[in-house]
Write a protein that binds this ligand. Structure first.
Ligand code: NIG
Ligand code: FE
Length: 416
């Protein structure tokens, strides 16, 4: 910060081997545009007041007067700050015991049905209290920044009672995240007798009125063993009426009608899609619902990968995210997501970059400010420790993130 002021100082990043950013200004990018990334060689980026004000080749760098902080970019490349549009980062405890059980052969769905899985994180999250949750999220957020994430969404859904659901949403907002109300994640034990519909009625009457002031979107786990299509519709319609955007966890293990419901309700996104077949792919391609793919979750659970290539080729809007959570995807790394996108989903590095910048920002309603290195956009920039930006996906599990700039200030200094 400047002395006595709250504005970040001007920051000039100079001598960058490459600056890579989704092409143009439109969002979302789909069809051929999904793979369009503009690259400037030997470039500079100028940030002022937390925004990007100029980008170009070093040969075009204007003379700058006054105070300017300089960052030397020689040997580095720049991409937009990564946008993680699907996480469950606000949780307490871990599921390392369950991880070991799964390694020995137990399935995720079996553990869930036996009262473990999501419900074991609900117990830990309820017990943590609001300040314990804030501490946990601060740690998870620091991990995300180290992986180059500068904008993150996080869901409630580990409270499943009024107090803890609202506490999760408050903690997410206070940490600068984009909060999503996922009250319909599982039926909590207190409602196991009364059932899913009684639980949803409780959520709609007792939690939604306040949740709608804290969250930007609502989400539901539409799946065998969680909520069915009619239950999901009832919850989502009430959430939409309360002013929330709609998202769905759908087609993770079974095709249970999530795609038609997402289209019917005009949802912002449907996320997972590991089990989606050709009719669902065609329906999504003909819609404006974003398909959010979560390859880390498929990897972590040993499940089939989602049909990314078919979705991309048929013109669907694609985004990529981590699904960071303690049970089905204990990783906050979008660079790893990009590696899986290129090695397992058959996406090009350019498509992967667009999917976790501009298109992910679109899912969060922020594509006018986030996800591009262009004048007017927020000064959220990741410097990679390589001359070619495609090392983002190429260096599988490597320490690719060198420096992170968030709102024009250095959030992570030279670490690769
Ligand atoms: O997106 N599928 C449901 N919800 C999360 C997992 C949450 C958990 O296992 O704690 C998911 O994979
Ligand atoms: Fe999820």
């Amino acid at each position: 910060m400047t002395a006595g002021g709250s504005e970040p100082p001007r920051l000039l990043i100079r001598g960058l081997s490459q600056i890579a950013t989704p092409a143009g200004t439109a969002a979302p990018l789909r069809g051929a545009a999904l793979g369009e990334v503009d690259v400037v060689e030997d470039g500079f980026i100028l940030c002022e007041g937390g925004r990007i004000t100029a980008v170009g080749a070093m040969s075009e760098l204007p003379a700058l007067r006054g105070e300017v902080e300089e960052l030397e970019g020689t040997g580095l490349s720049a991409i937009p700050g990564l946008v993680d549009c699907h996480t469950h980062a606000c949780f307490a405890g871990d599921r390392v015991e369950e991880f070991a059980l799964r390694a020995a052969g137990a399935s995720y769905e079996e553990l869930h049905a036996a009262g473990g899985g999501i419900l074991s994180t609900v117990r830990a999250t309820r017990a943590a209290g609001e300040s314990g949750l804030a501490d946990a999220l601060a740690l998870h957020r620091a991990w995300m920044v180290r992986s180059g994430t500068t904008t993150f969404e996080a869901k409630s859904g580990y409270g499943l009672d009024r107090e803890t659901e609202l506490a999760q949403l408050r903690v997410i907002r206070e940490a600068g995240g984009v909060p999503t109300f996922l009250g319909a994640h599982a039926v909590p034990p207190e409602f196991s007798e009364a059932g899913a519909v009684a639980y949803l009625e409780f959520l709609i009457a007792e939690v939604l009125p306040e949740a709608a002031d804290l969250a930007e979107a609502a989400d539901v786990f539409l799946e065998r063993g969680a909520f069915d299509r009619d239950e999901a519709r009832r919850y989502l319609v009430a959430c939409r009426k309360a002013g929330l955007e709609l998202r769905l966890h759908g087609d993770q293990f079974t095709e249970s009608g999530a795609v038609p419901l997402a289209l019917e309700l005009g949802a912002r996104s449907i996320d997972h899609l590991e089990s989606t077949r050709s009719a669902g792919i065609a329906a999504l391609a003909a819609s404006d619902v974003t398909a959010v793919l979560l390859p880390l979750s498929a990897l972590f659970l040993g499940r089939p990968m989602p049909p990314a290539r078919a979705l991309a080729d048929s013109g669907a809007v694609l985004a990529l995210a981590t699904d960071f959570n303690p049970g089905s995807s204990f990783s906050e790394s979008l660079p790893l997501v990009c590696s899986l996108a290129c090695t397992q989903l058959r996406l090009a590095p350019d498509e992967a970059l667009v999917a976790c910048t501009t298109n992910a920002a679109h899912v969060l309603g922020r594509a006018d400010r986030k996800g591009r290195i262009a004048p007017g956009f927020d000064a959220d920039i990741v410097l990679l420790g390589a001359e070619d930006w495609r090392y983002l996906a190429y260096h599988l599990g490597g320490p690719v993130v060198h420096t992170v700039v968030q709102g024009g200030e250095i959030a992570l200094a030279g670490s690769a």
